[in-house]
Write a protein that binds this ligand. Sequence first.
Ligand SMILES: Cc1cc2nc3c(=O)[nH]c(=O)nc-3n(C[C@H](O)[C@H](O)[C@H](O)COP(=O)(O)O)c2cc1C
Length: 252
Amino acid sequence: MQVLEAIRSRRAIHLGSYLDTPIAAEIVREVLDAGRWAPSGANNQPCHFVVVREEAARRWVIEHMLEVLRLSGQVGRPPYRESLRTYAEYLATQDPVPPPVMLITLAEQDKRETHVYNHGGLHIMAACAAIQNMMLAAWSFGLGSTWLTFYDDVRVKAHFAIPTELDVVGIVLLAYPRSVPRVPPSMYGFGFRVRRPLEEMVHEERFDEAKFAALRQRDPFLHWIPEERRARLVAEENQRAAAQRRAAGGSP
Ligand SMILES: Cc1cc2nc3c(=O)[nH]c(=O)nc-3n(C[C@H](O)[C@H](O)[C@H](O)COP(=O)(O)O)c2cc1C
């Protein structure tokens, strides 16, 4: 698979869309090796990966994730809260298959800076690069993946005997996808599989404050948008997403 094709066609495969088909050990190793080849500040290579295959451990991660999802649906930040509640309700009607392999991706905290400014932690940045590498490598083998962040890192560390001086940057779920991922419709309201136009994100030569201000006015991710206006934006976004899916030949 060509790099650009892999980048554009990779999709997050969410809980509810996994097959429990085993993943060959060599493929898991190739995926991990793609993580190893990720760049890092001063090439300090801060990552560690805990490979989770045992069923009880995988079930624990999923149960824990569902608990965090339910909690976020109750007391999380709007507008995510509403869609998370819908997602939690949807999953409660399912018996989600846990993915066969999970890669807990860790970064050594003492590799957070290589110079006088640490920009929020170079070790995390390097781990993010590793995760993206692994997800793309997985996809090149036809494997779906999700970068899971719905967890309490304190509990994950305790459960998997991870020392406190490492940060948990994500749990990469690996599984063959059951089909085109099913996502509860309300989740589409937040651009679930839609990307913003490039023009909105690119600033020529210097940051375009006016463009940014206009964008903020209609960004459905922003929590201070009044409820009514947000509902309208979400409806528009849903229509846009449905039209895109129809144009792509999928179901609306
Ligand atoms: C930092 C980060 C955290 C994420 N956390 C979760 C998560 O906890 N659970 C989940 O199902 N997906 C998670 N995702 C996947 C996103 O929902 C997904 O990437 C996004 O909706 C875009 O869809 P796509 O990856 O199919 O293009 C996360 C992605 C990133 C980059």
